[in-house]
Design a protein around this ligand. Structure first.
Ligand code: GLY
Length: 413
């Protein structure tokens, strides 16, 4: 179980132990802590890799100022901003950026940005000089809640997302939540802010997020429901508490199952449908804007996918009740995250079904899903994988018949 290291006025901190890696996650006003952490570290220099949006927002300067105070030599590189540049064809540009500053194995690489930067810089850290140390500094709730924790890094290919990758645990995660205030203005808010809360509601839907050191017995879903207004109004205290619960939930899962042989698959709750639907919507958007700059908000794909998976849970009798399904739906709706299929996707069951059947987790073309036993708990389907090999923390997938999948599809129109 993750350890809660601190709950101070300025920040919360937890420690996660994944495989051989043990690392802290700091959440809140963390810049002074960053200075201290880097100042006391073994590294001779620090390089920050970020994108042009973070430069414009002033966050690169803020972080470089904090690093200067550490007394370590520092440098930075700027990558192109946007999901479309997380493709293998831009890998050499990423490497050129680090080559330029003579980065060596005593340099700490900092990924300052959202999920795209975390994945790109994480992959560079995993591969450059056969691996340099990585510090994740997420600047969106999406990367703070999810991708900065657990070590998944990678790039896309023409065939799909994250097809090249590695598991690269960071040496620390510094989540400076005041940065999130700069996401107030749409459209950035929609991509970076709401998507983080879509994953957060998913976390609360799969785990109660309780911890003996937390100082409260309130389940995360109950806390979230009561404090949605705080998220909508960018209340720092509420954001921080949600991020602490996210770190507890995700940290506990990856501690048990780093390589996704068992319970880590539960983090993909809602994503089998969500990814297929997102791919479909992005294809439509690409036809409209061939530059690839307009993408379907990941949070909306998660909201629709989670609602779909909740319907499957109900239809399959996994335990989730209709009133729990409605509660989850209501939380997404109050956050203005989509849960229903838009018009252009309503007659597309066959197409989305074929995407889902091609998913790497499908068995003989039959898509597999994770279901909810109740709001805050997933349905465990076994102790081992179907081939008898170990499923760390249990097995959670189950194949679902085509007619049930179609029925659930009708329910989310
Ligand atoms: N985002 C899901 C995972 O890290 O496993």
């Amino acid at each position: 179980m993750v350890e809660i290291l601190a709950q101070t006025e300025k920040y919360d901190a937890v420690e996660v132990a994944v495989g051989k890696a043990v690392y802290p996650i700091y959440i809140g006003d963390v810049l002074e802590k960053l200075t201290e952490f880097v100042g006391n570290s073994k590294y001779s220099s620090v390089m920050v890799l970020t994108d042009s949006n973070l430069v414009k927002a002033g966050h690169l300067k803020t972080v470089l100022d904090a690093l200067k105070k550490s007394g370590k030599k520092n440098s930075h590189g700027i990558l192109r901003a946007g999901e479309q540049f997380k493709h293998k064809k831009y890998y050499s540009d990423m490497i050129d950026a680090v080559d330029e500053v003579e980065l060596d194995r005593k340099t700490l690489l900092v990924a300052l940005g959202g999920g795209v930067i975390g994945d790109e810089v994480g992959f560079v850290a995993a591969t450059y000089l056969r691996g340099v140390d990585l510090l994740q500094m997420p600047t969106t709730p999406l990367s703070g809640a999810d991708s900065s924790i657990g070590g998944k890094v990678g790039l896309d290919t023409d065939k799909g997302k994250n097809r090249i990758g590695d598991t690269k645990q960071p040496i620390a995660v510094f989540q400076h939540t005041p940065f999130y205030q700069s996401l107030k203005d749409p459209p950035i808010k929609h991509y970076g802010y709401d998507s983080g809360w879509a994953e957060t509601v998913k976390h609360a839907g799969i785990d109660d997020g309780l911890h003996p050191q937390l100082g409260t017995q309130e389940k995360f879903i109950d806390y979230l429901e009561k404090n949605l207004e705080g998220l909508i109004s960018f209340d720092e205290k509420v954001i921080r508490h949600c991020m602490l619960r996210n770190a507890i939930i995700k940290g506990n899962i990856v501690e048990i199952d780093e390589k996704e042989s068992g319970m880590r698959v539960g983090l993909n709750f809602g994503h089998t449908f969500g990814h297929a639907f997102e791919t479909f919507m992005n294809r439509i958007l690409l036809e409209r804007d061939p530059s690839g700059a307009t993408v379907y908000p990941h949070g909306d794909a998660v909201g629709v996918g989670v609602h779909y998976a909740a319907w499957l849970s109900l239809l399959k009798g996994a335990g989730l009740t209709k009133s729990q399904l409605n509660r989850q739906l209501d939380i997404y709706q109050r956050l203005e995250i989509k849960t229903k299929l838009p018009k252009e996707a309503q007659d597309t069951f066959e197409e989305i079904y074929s995407f889902m059947s091609a998913d790497k987790k499908a068995i003989s073309g039959m898509p597999q899903f994770v279901l909810q036993e109740r709001l805050g708990q997933l349905q465990k389907t076994g102790d081992a994988q179907p081939d008898g090999s170990e499923a760390k923390g249990g097995y959670y997938l189950q194949p679902i018949e085509r007619e049930v999948l179609k029925k659930a599809f009708e329910m989310i129109k």
